[in-house]
Design a protein around this ligand. Sequence first.
Ligand code: ADP
Ligand code: MG
Length: 304
Amino acid sequence: MSIKVQNVTKKYGHQKALDNVSFVVNPGEIIGFLGPNGAGKSTMMKIICAYVPQNEGEVEVCGMNVSENELQVKSRLGYLPENNPLYLDMFVKEYLSFVAGIYKLENTEQRVAGVIEKVGLVKEQNKRIGELSKGYRQRVGLAQSFIHNPEVLILDEPTTGLDPNQIIEIRNLIKEIGKDKTVLLSTHIMQEVEAICDRAIIINEGIIVADKKVSALKNMQTGVKKLMVTFKNPVEESEIKKIFKGESLIKISDIQYEITAEDQAKAKNAIMQYALDGGHEIQQFTEAGSSLEDVFRQLTIGKE
Ligand code: ADP
Ligand code: MG
């Protein structure tokens, strides 16, 4: 087991940030640690990395108890903290050499050159970190997290605050780095989990509410069903509204509408009847079960 969290509780004053949390991460897995802001993700990650002590419970990393083997644990895992605090005045290469120095690594120069190459910072290596775009700063953060070749990587919201292109680049980089490592990655975005993870552990208000393979999460029934209808020619929204008084209706375009209905078959029949009566040709029906976002919302926001 790469990470084993057993009955961990953490309180800040009277507030419980983590409430009896347990999960395991197996070697080689890329796990999405998912939850809304304030759910307890960063707190859990800091405890795994031995930066913050828990009040109750045990955490093991690579078979070692974190509280008892702080230094050994830190040498076996890499950590990219939330908001990636970096020394903006330092040059990229200088900073990474400094980190390599902290770990007392041998062949520092080679190591630094290796990670710079791996994260695609060759051209930027002699720039100040402060001059880099956010996406490139995040590459520096990733580089420092695995410079000592750890077995386990803990990445706290690695793509938050990046633009869409940077997000894709960083995700690809994580997939690449994660090939021969165990990765626990926190995010508040469900799609991120779908894009890079094998399994999702969902936390809400300090409690684990789901721990499932991404494919299994997708199959979870939420009761929300969507029906997308595409007409051949434009259809007035007011006309469609007449058929679906109580249901939620979203106009996607002049020819496309999305209906959320409890009884999909009934909704479909009603549209077909409408199309038949009015001479509107239907081009396509798409029935969608609950999306991953729906599952996440239901698990973390509450009862719908
Ligand atoms: P997440 O990373 O999922 O957004 P956090 O672990 O940062 O969640 O926070 C969990 C809860 O603990 C939040 O309610 C937050 O306000 C609280 N919290 C986090 N750090 C501290 C701290 N140092 N002191 C007091 N409360 C904290
Ligand atoms: Mg956080």
